[in-house]
Design a protein around this ligand. Sequence first.
Ligand SMILES: Cc1cc2nc3c(=O)[nH]c(=O)nc-3n(C[C@H](O)[C@H](O)[C@H](O)COP(=O)(O)O)c2cc1C
Length: 263
Amino acid sequence: MIFCFSGTGNTRWAAQHLAEATGERLALMSGEDTRYTLAEDERIGFCFPVHGWQPPRLVRNFIRRLTFSSEKPLTSHYCYALVTCGDSIGLTMEMLDGELAKKGLRTHSSFSLVMPESYVCLPFMYTDTPQREKEKIEQATQDLNTYTRLITERRKNEHHTKRGFMPWVLSHVIGAYFNSRMISDRKFTVDTANCIHCGLCAKVCPTRDIRMTGNDDGASTPEWLHDGRCTCCLSCYHHCPRHAINYGSITRRRGQYYFGHPQ
Ligand SMILES: Cc1cc2nc3c(=O)[nH]c(=O)nc-3n(C[C@H](O)[C@H](O)[C@H](O)COP(=O)(O)O)c2cc1C
């Protein structure tokens, strides 16, 4: 069983690779289902992007609601986490283990992949150059092959993560501020002159936080629901074919990215 959340596709790519290699099921953490029956010896994997050096709020909420039924004790199932980031993960794995402990679970091994950057909503944050994107994906492909072998062999105490400089500060100070103050759909805007009413933003939103609503001339434009579901993955921003979606005004001059996008 592989639990996966992904906004711009980096983590989905890695989780799909693992699912193919292990022959195990993929379940979306953004879905409604939270009750799972485990087969004997089934692995339990958690795959998600790092948001503000922490597990995204959606991931924590999902784990809090998660229940398993299994013939064997939960701790006898091999459990691992594989996260993706643009640069570093801080104490994401420790925080994940804190959530899993409340379920009587802990990860036996943990892995991180450095992948193209998706966060662009602060003055110093940009998408990677095409060259850097290519280099990151090449390296991530090699790392993923190594991690897949370790996971397939159920290797324990393998911790291959990039925590960055002063990980405690990253996760508990900067990340804590970031996650409590900056994860909101209130700053999304749509440039109605540029919007082609294709509805792709609503389709790719993993939390179904966007409704297409009609305007006077019958065309529909995106509207964010402001109901606390948005986890700010920026999937809507990055997938818009006309760059008509923005987060505040800063992203007007930023690039767009999703895994597999045309260069
Ligand atoms: C809201 C948000 C916060 C992010 N925070 C971090 C971070 O703290 N450290 C980091 O290295 N990358 C960070 N990133 C970049 C993503 O973790 C990275 O691009 C990831 O691979 C995206 O995965 P996805 O395509 O599956 O959504 C952040 C991205 C978003 C959207």
